[in-house]
Write a protein that binds this ligand. Structure first.
Ligand code: NAD
Length: 363
């Protein structure tokens, strides 16, 4: 993996989230100064987010936190002694700000106080099915929140903005593997539409204000401390509790599962290489970041049954609105430019997940 530059200042949004937590941890372990933001919302079990934050506190040399949700009319300079922060050991220091991306003042205060070199925007309202009943949350976090990030990157020059997009942008595309050259104009969920909008907005800002920006289309990221709303985790909960798992499209689905450690390696390689001009006057690039190897959903179920040592009760159902039959990443660009090659098999990754799950649930 690329050597991590610990002389820089990193701003990670969604730091209490699954991917943001692992990225922040990796940066802190390498002695970086990390500012993390998260509103710690209850889209899924808040205690898991709190546990991730505890681990980040233990990983950091100095840990400071401020709550801009409760103090949203205050600037960070009123809550922190910024001189102290500058004088403290900056190597491995973690500043955690509880705050909301959709609040421009929060973001402005963070940028004005810390002047991040690298911004990694992972905070978002994730999930495809949730967007059917909770559309507002997607517009607030993924559209307004991301627009706020772009505005701050415009005002305070950054070396590189890396932001999370999603394989969902490929919608119902049938040509596989999914390539970043494919047309992605027909999203099948609001979530996908917000992620595609982020890519478009980032392109415009990159071109207009010369902000180096890279969007990463993640493909089903999984692993220990992962998201309880995702199928592999929900299935595990249900199998362990003797409940029936619902398998959509009668089990005929394939996912390009990507283990969290492979994703973190990929992100770290990308951070230090802001894109060059794409030939159209924008330092902007989109990559797929996946495994390049779709696995049948039923293989995932069989592996879970094997590691949990329980046979699942199964109910087979038709396809759900917003869902897609297959995700399959063409990762050749990432491989060519950064040597990215995921090395964790689904067997190994799910075994690690189940080991963690047993420990987490005291089973
Ligand atoms: N995990 C995957 O398989 C996957 C796949 C495709 C795309 N992504 C994208 O990657 C990013 C990270 O995903 P994740 O799996 O870590 O999700 P996550 O839900 O675990 O993490 C997102 C974090 O952002 C925070 N957040 C949400 N809205 C916020 C707001 N308005 N202000 C501040 N914080 C806010 C949440 O509290 C959460 O902790 C997201 O943008 C997601 O859309 C993830």
């Amino acid at each position: 993996m690329e050597k991590i530059d610990n002389t820089k200042i990193y701003f990670v949004t969604g730091a209490a989230g699954f991917i943001g937590f692992y990225l922040s941890k990796k940066l802190l372990e390498n002695g970086c100064f990390v500012v993390g933001l998260d509103n710690v919302n209850d889209y899924y079990d808040v205690s898991l987010k709190e546990q991730r934050l505890c681990i980040l506190e233990q990983t950091s040399s100095v840990y400071k936190t401020a709550d801009l949700l409760e103090n949203d009319n205050k600037a960070l300079s009123e809550l922190f002694n910024l001189d102290d922060i500058k004088n403290d050991n900056r190597k491995g220091q973690f500043i955690f700000i509880k705050g909301d991306l959709s609040n421009r003042n929060t973001l402005k205060s963070i940028f004005a106080s810390f002047h991040p070199d690298y911004v990694i925007n992972l905070a978002a309202q994730a999930g495809v099915r949730y967007s059917i009943d909770h559309p507002d949350s997607y517009i607030e976090s993924n559209i307004i929140g991301f627009y706020n990030i772009l505005e701050c990157c415009r005002q305070y020059k950054v070396e590189h903005l890396v932001f999370a997009s999603s394989s969902s942008v490929y919608g119902g595309n049938t040509k596989v593997p999914f390539s970043t050259d494919d047309k992605v104009d027909e999203p099948v969920s609001l979530y996908a539409a917000t992620k595609k909008s982020d890519e478009l907005m980032a392109h415009a800002y990159s071109k207009l204000y010369d902000i180096p920006a890279t969007g990463l289309r993640f493909f089903t990221v999984y692993g220990p401390m992962g998201r309880p709303d995702m199928a592999y985790y929900k299935f595990t909960d249900k199998i362990v509790n003797g409940q029936t798992i619902q398998i959509y499209n009668n089990g005929d689905m394939r996912r390009d599962f990507t283990y969290i450690d492979d994703i973190i390696k990929g992100i770290c390689n990308v951070i230090f290489h802001p894109p060059i001009d794409n030939g159209k006057g924008a330092r902007y690039k989109i990559y797929n970041i996946g495994n390049n190897h779709p696995e049948p959903l039923m293989d995932m179920v069989r592996l879970l049954e094997k590691y949990l040592k329980i046979e699942a009760k199964k109910e087979f159902l038709p396809m759900q609105p917003g869902d897609v039959y297959q995700t399959y990443a063409d990762t050749s660009d990432l491989e060519k430019n950064f040597g990215f090659k995921p090395s964790t098999s689904l067997e190994e990754g799910l075994r690690k997940f189940v080991d963690w799950y047993f420990e987490y649930k005291n089973l």
